[in-house]
Design a protein around this ligand. Sequence first.
Ligand code: XMP
Length: 523
Amino acid sequence: MGIFKDVRKNKVNAMDRIVVLDFGSQYAHLICRRIREFKVYAELVPYDISVDKLEQIEAKGMIFSGGPASVYEENAPMCDKRIFELNLPILGICYGHQTLVYNFGGEVRKANREYGSADLIIDDHTDLFNGLNSTMRCWMSHGDTADKLPDNFRIIAHTSNSFAAAIANKERNLYGIQFHPEVVHTEKGIEVLKNFILKICRAKQEWDMKDFINKTISGIKENVEDENVLCATSGGIDSTVTALIMHRAIGDKLRCVFVNHGLLREGEEEEVVNMFEYNFGIKLIYVNAEKRFLDRLKSVIDPERKRMIIGNEFGKIFEEVAKENGPFQWLAQGTLYPDIIESGVSKGPASLIKSHHNVAGLPKKLNFKVIEPLRNLYKDEVKEVGKLLGMPELLIKRNPFPGPGLAIRIIGEVTNEKIAICKRASRIIEDELLKVNMNDKIWQAFAIVGDDKAVGVLGDKRVYGNIVTIRVVESIDAMTADWARLPYELLEKISNRITNEIENITWVTYAISSKPPSTIEPG
Ligand code: XMP
């Protein structure tokens, strides 16, 4: 956990905020996003967050997300009951709605499942449904329903299937809705959220990226004071934006290290060094460790071992750099909000643990204080910050690239020959997608090369050459992904260029497996 928690309360983000308790809904994040879209800062927290922590956040109101459980099941996720004593306005959505009913002494039972669209008939147009028509299409996804309302709660809207599709205890500012206002299929869902947040919670619309940048910069200055900060940058959007914002705050007290492990995209090392020096005026400590990494990866086949080796080697280099250029008291990291969720810090039931995706190998013994200026942001928000801080559009649009780089796109041993093939073929794929403006529609596009070979005829000569596999996927968050249905003509062009421009490639294949069961990267 970085220092950002202390920083944000009084300095960095001293703005009105809403907390969303994550009861396991796939839409919990989306609720936060929707609220931020109308400029109120919203933050996702685990459903079992302590009352102390909640008090520290000083939220103006709370939303209980949906979730797959039933309140009457054993081990159903329940928040700490003392949360209700904080007397904050609460909006429960779906399971969150049922939690309110259950906690205040009402009854919830299994009902006819209601999935998809339904007509919501509004019975009370004051506050939550203020300004809305008497009927609106809403999106439902539930198997349970409120059967008996708790004392002091009234029905404010219903559907033909749910007599209590929306309920309220207005004296205590408690609201429950069975439908999902955050999804696009709910007409005017945003208006419902706005009524709750702006009118009932009275939160101010203070969340603005320029403002975020200014506040973050002054927060960093106050915390770092005269000390020195080291930042490992890969040239990717998260670490680059972190470096940029840190540099704006503390100038040359920030030193950035860029380690070239030899497993980068074609031309990437020059691009990164130039971008830092010429676009941003930040001089990098550039470490060319190509040979070192390749030596360590010799004969290694297992992808997890490759990751560990790369992480450890990276850590060692980092330690050396810190000793040579230090002392550094701080480490700046480009952690984003979803990284915190994915690495299991938020213990919401929907969270997944993907420890191998974290920056591996940074040695703990260096004893850095950690600063994570982007830890409250989502990826697209980071892109917006990057744009405002002058990051080139082309780099903002670039596909995500894994820390271990080509090592996990090369199946089997990592060799110079395979690295060269992978780099060139990936660049061809990226180029061709860019030409037809498809880059924005896909999540990642790259080439894979392994040890399998196939026969071909190149210039009248029989050649037993390498196979290159093209992987192009669409995804929203990389948790699931689907292979992109690229036009045949485009695939043909990519295939022709790969066989023509790269020596000894005889076959090109297209990966048509989704995640799950496959993963995006082959290693
Ligand atoms: P998978 O292959 O797990 O990838 O479907 C999901 C997303 O994560 C990226 N990825 C990684 N990123 N270190 C990283 O920094 C890793 O070890 C790693 N493995 C996968 C992958 O590129 C995709 O965007």
